[in-house]
Structure formats: C-alpha cells, structure tokens
Design a protein around this ligand. Structure first.
Ligand SMILES: NC(=O)C1=CN([C@@H]2O[C@H](COP(=O)(O)OP(=O)(O)OC[C@H]3O[C@@H](n4cnc5c(N)ncnc54)[C@H](O)[C@@H]3O)[C@@H](O)[C@H]2O)C=CC1
Ligand SMILES: O=C([O-])CC(=O)C(=O)O
Length: 311
C-alpha cells in the first residue's frame, strides 16, 4: 500500500516516520516544494530502518508528482503553520491556494486516492478540497478530531492521575480554539464516567485546556506542534489502509447529520478502506447540540472566505 504525504515539514515528516516504523504502509512518498527537502527527510528516515527494524520504502520528491502515482492515500500537510498569538483561521489566505493546487496535482496521478487534509484551517481546507475536486464525500477526510481527542485524554489522564490509555473521550466540532467540543459528559475512566472522580470545575478546566491545546504548544514551541499531529494522521491512515473500521472523530461532509448540511466539521466516523464508511450519530444533550450548532456557524462563516478560491 502506498501513501503520499505532501509537505515534508514538521507534521508531514513525523507522519512518514510513524507510518514507516509502525509498518503501516509498504511505501511512503514525501513531496515538498522546497528543493531537496523531501529527499533529505526521506533519506534520514530510511537510515532508521536497520536500527528500528522496518521495511517500508520511504522516498522524497521535489514537486514531481509522477513519483506519487497510484497512491492509496494522500495526506496534505503543505502550507504554513501558525506562530504564537495567531489563530488557525488566519492561515487561510496562504493555505487555501496551496491546498487547492496540491489536491489537483495529486489527483492527476492518483485518481482513486483517499485524501486526508491536515493543513489549517483544517475544516475549511477539507471543504475546499471536496468542492474543488468534486470527489465523493467518503474520500475526503479532515484530520483534527483524532488529535484533539488525544489531547483531551492527555488532560483527563493528568487530572485523574491515571494512564492515558485507561481514559476514553472524544472531541467533536470544528478544529479551532473556540469551536472544539470536548465531550466531557461521556468521557470515561475504564467505563466509569469521569464525573465520578473529577469535580465540575476540574472537568471544565480540562475542556478549556483541550480547546487551546494547539495554541499552548505553539506558544511553547514558536511554531505549531508536530509529534502528536503526525502520529494522529498515521493512526487515521492505519485505519484506512488496514480497514480497521475504528471510530475516529474526523471532519467530513455532512448532509443533514447532526442538523448540518454543506459543511465539513468534526463528527465521529467509522474509518476503513473506503475512507469514511459511516458517520456515527451519538446522542448529544441540548447543551452539546447548541455548542455544535454554534461551532458549525463559525466554520461556515470561515468557508465564505473560499468564494474567490473556488470561483
Ligand atoms: N489538522 C491538524 O490537526 C493540524 C494541522 N497542522 C497544519 O499543518 C500544516 C503544516 O504544519 P507543519 O508541518 O508544522 O509546517 P511546516 O512549515 O513544518 O511544513 C509545511 C511544508 O509545506 C511545504 N509546502 C508549502 N507549499 C507547498 C506546496 N505548494 N507544495 C508542496 N509543499 C509545500 C513547505 O515547504 C513546508 O516544508 C500547517 O497548516 C499547520 O497549521 C498542524 C498540526 C495539526
Ligand atoms: O495549533 C495549530 O495551529 C496546529 C494544530 O492544528 C494543532 O496542533 O492542533
């Protein structure tokens, strides 16, 4: 199975690294516009093969899309990341043009690929990719919820003082500092509601920290995060390539689900060999429904900025 990752920067290269050392795909192509950069990242990753023991073939390409031919999955991470103090939404001016051009290019060589969109503002970039390519909605998946949920579980595990892998939780809604919805009510510690162990005040703090999880790291690092983002993309790609049918919150095109239409936004999905196999409808309470509607309004508002790109 072949995966192309466009953008060999922090997130793209980390994703290639995780995919190879976990043996998720037999072949990974990294492509970047910067001369020699993807080749260098691929060579560096390949020099781990004997020490970490993997057999995936990782190669790099400077903007030569013929090398990406017949990919099963294409991940788009090309574009610019935010700097401290910025929102993801501020990246739209630069990233929209890049994402559209990249999507057109990859489809010329991999017409059947499933596309995973990572570049920010991700929900709007997923919507743009869907509208610009005209691909069926099951083949465009925005990655955000996998990462936001892993951060939610991290903050819950810290509050509980228990291992992350004993915590279950999910974040839906937009992948933005104010649009994310950590579903605290249904989060659990090995099946028991976290509210059995944490006060409302602590749960509210966990939700607030989760929402600004990306901004916190951007403040600390000077650019946005990459280890957890790259690993989250690899987790999603694994579920596609190996038809695992995991339930993962992803930004996908809605046609009436959760009361929304003509928008890509984070909802729980079954992810398998066809991409989005199913959108799972979970019961939200009235407060969560209102938060979801507000989040969708904000994402839809952002999509308005695409008019000139899509014209
Ligand atoms: N959806 C999510 O959960 C996350 C999204 N992101 C987003 O992912 C994107 C990438 O972030 P980083 O890897 O940290 O940035 P980075 O700057 O390290 O890497 C981006 C790469 O894209 C390349 N690039 C730019 N234009 C290109 C084009 N036309 N064709 C091919 N390559 C091109 C650049 O040369 C650069 O190497 C950003 O927009 C960031 O906001 C980052 C983390 C999580
Ligand atoms: O924070 C950012 O800009 C990058 C991102 O989407 C994340 O790490 O969640």
């Amino acid at each position: 199975m072949k995966v192309t990752i466009v953008g060999a920067g922090n997130v793209g290269a980390t994703c290639a690294d995780v995919i190879s050392y976990r043996g998720i795909a037999s072949e990974v192509v990294l492509l970047d516009i910067k001369e020699g950069f993807a080749e260098g990242k691929a060579m560096d990753i390949m020099q781990c093969a004997t020490t970490t023991g993997f057999n995936t073939k990782v190669s790099g390409s400077t903007n030569d899309y013929s090398k990406t031919a017949n990919s099963n999955v294409v991940v788009i991470t090309s574009g610019v990341p935010r700097k401290p103090g910025m929102t993801r939404e501020e990246l739209i001016g630069i990233n929209a043009g890049i994402v559209k051009t990249v999507a057109d290019n990859v489809l010329k060589y991999s017409p059947d690929a499933i596309i995973v969109v990572v570049s920010n503002p991700m929900d709007t970039m997923a919507y743009l990719t869907l509208k610009a390519t005209g691909l069926p909605k099951n083949r465009i998946i925005g990655m955000g919820g996998a990462l936001d949920s892993s951060r939610f579980k991290y903050y819950l595990s810290k509050a509980l003082d228990k291992p992350s892998n004993d915590v279950q939780g999910m974040v839906i809604g937009g992948h933005g500092d104010t649009t994310m919805i950590p579903l605290t009510r249904i989060a659990s510690y090995n099946g028991s509601p976290v509210s059995d162990f944490l006060s409302q005040e602590v749960m509210d703090k966990v939700a607030a920290d989760t929402m600004v999880g990306g901004a916190t790291l951007t403040g600390l690092l000077g650019t946005s995060a990459w280890y957890a983002p790259g690993a989250s993309v690899a987790y999603l790609v694994d579920s596609i390539l190996n038809d695992q049918r995991k339930m993962i919150p992803c930004s996908v095109y809605l046609e009436g689900e959760y009361g929304q239409s003509d928008i890509c936004i984070g909802v729980p999905c079954i992810i398998g060999k066809n991409g989005v196999e199913e959108i799972v409808t979970i019961n939200l309470d009235e407060k969560e429904k209102a938060l979801f509607a507000k989040s969708a309004d904000a994402v839809r508002n952002m999509n308005e900025a695409l008019k000139s790109v899509l014209a």
